[in-house]
Write a protein that binds this ligand. Structure first.
Ligand code: PMP
Length: 296
C-alpha cells in the first residue's frame, strides 16, 4: 500500500485522516481478534461482487453474534463515499467490524458498540512476472483450523492460523503455501483458494474440508460452468496436486494466479496451462461487469 498521509479512513461514521484513524486499546478486535472483515476490490469504478462480500460479511458476523449496526445499503454508501473521497477508481477495500470497546474479559456483552472501519487504498499485486510465469509454492506444517473449532468459513479478525502458515512460507522463501486440514487433505492456501486441472476438468476442495468460501473461487466456478469446462468440488491430496496438469490460486487480491511448482514437483509443463489462461482471461472480463458502479 502506498504511504499516503492524506488518505481518509471511514471510522464509525466519520471520514478521518489516516493519522487519526485509531481505535481504543480496549477494543476486543485488538485484544482478542473478535471481529469480522472483508477484502474487496474496485475495478475502474466498479465495486466487484459487493453483494457477495456483504453476504459473507453478515454471515461471519451472525456466527459471532456480532450485530452490524449498519444495513447493507448503508455499508454500500459508506464504501462508495470512502472511495470517492479518496478519488480511487481502482482500489483495495478493507471492511472491518470489531466487537468494540469492552473490559479486559472475554465477555462480548460488555462491548456496547461495534467499531466500523473502511480502509480504501491502491493495491499492490504480486509482480506481473508471476502471472506470466506462475508461482512456486510449498505445503507448510501448520494445518488449517478445524471447522468444529474456528470454522475457516468465518472471515474473522483471528488470522493467526494463516499467519503461522505464512511465516513458514516466508521462511522457505515462498509467497504462498498450501495448508492441509487435520486429516491431511488439501484445504486452501494462507490467503487464497486452490484449483487443479486434470483431464480437462477443474477440481477445487469443498469448503467443508476447511476452506474459506472465496468470492473469487465462486466466480471461477461460475465462469467454468458458463464456459462448459467440467468443474467439481472434490477432496484432493498433495498427490493429486503433484500430478495435476495445471494449478492456480484464487483470491480478491491475487485474482487468478498460476501455480507451476509445488514442493519441488513441477506441475504439468511447468508453465501456466491453457485452462488457467482461459479462466484468467474470463475472470478479468468479469471484474469489469459484475458489481456496484460509482463515479468519482
Ligand atoms: N482463503 C483465505 C484464507 C483468505 O483469506 C482468502 C482471501 N480473503 C481467500 C481464501 C480468497 O477469498 P476471496 O476470493 O473471497 O478473496
Amino acid at each position: 500500500m502506498r504511504n499516503n498521509n492524506r488518505l481518509k479512513v471511514y471510522l464509525n461514521g466519520k471520514l478521518v485522516d489516516k493519522s487519526e484513524a485509531k481505535v481504543s486499546v480496549f477494543d476486543h478486535g485488538l485484544l482478542y481478534g473478535d471481529g469480522v472483515f472483508e477484502g474487496i476490490r474496485s475495478y475502474e469504478g466498479l465495486v466487484f461482487k459487493l453483494k457477495e462480500h456483504l453476504d459473507r460479511f453478515f454471515e461471519s458476523a451472525k456466527t459471532l453474534m456480532l450485530k452490524i449496526p449498519l444495513s447493507r445499503e448503508e455499508l454500500t454508501e459508506a464504501i462508495v463515499l470512502t472511495l470517492k473521497t479518496n478519488r480511487l477508481k481502482d482500489a483495495y477495500i478493507r471492511l472491518v467490524t470489531t466487537r468494540g470497546e469492552g473490559d479486559l474479559g472475554l465477555d462480548p456483552r460488555k462491548c456496547d458498540r461495534p467499531t466500523i472501519i473502511i480502509i480504501t487504498d491502491r493495491i499492490v499485486l504480486y509482480p506481473r512476472k508471476l502471472y506470466r510465469e506462475g508461482l512456486e509454492i510449498i505445503t507448510v506444517p501448520t494445518q488449517r483450523n478445524i471447522p468444529a473449532a474456528v470454522d475457516p468459513q468465518i472471515k474473522s479478525l483471528n488470522y493467526l492460523n494463516n499467519i503461522l502458515a505464512k511465516i513458514e512460507a516466508v521462511n522457505a522463501g515462498k509467497e504462498e503455501a498450501i495448508m492441509l486440514n487435520h486429516a491431511g487433505y488439501v484445504a486452501e492456501c494462507t490467503g487464497d483458494n486452490i484449483f487443479i486441472a486434470k483431464g480437462g476438468e477443474l477440481l477445487t476442495p469443498p469448503t467443508y474440508v476447511g476452506a474459506l468460501r472465496g468470492i473469487t473461487r465462486m466466480a471461477v466456478i461460475a465462469i467454468a460452468r458458463r464456459e462448459k469446462i467440467p468443474i467439481r468440488e472434490e477432496v484432493i491430496t498433495r498427490h493429486n496436486v503433484f500430478n495435476a496438469e495445471e494449478s492456480f490460486l484464487t483470491g480478491t487480491a491475487a485474482e487468478v494466479i498460476p501455480v507451476v511448482k509445488v514442493d519441488g514437483r513441477m506441475i504439468g509443463k511447468g508453465k501456466p496451462g491453457p485452462l488457467t489462461l482461459r479462466i484468467m482471461r474470463e475472470f478479468h472480463k468479469l471484474t469489469r461487469t459484475d458489481g456496484v458502479r460509482y463515479r468519482l
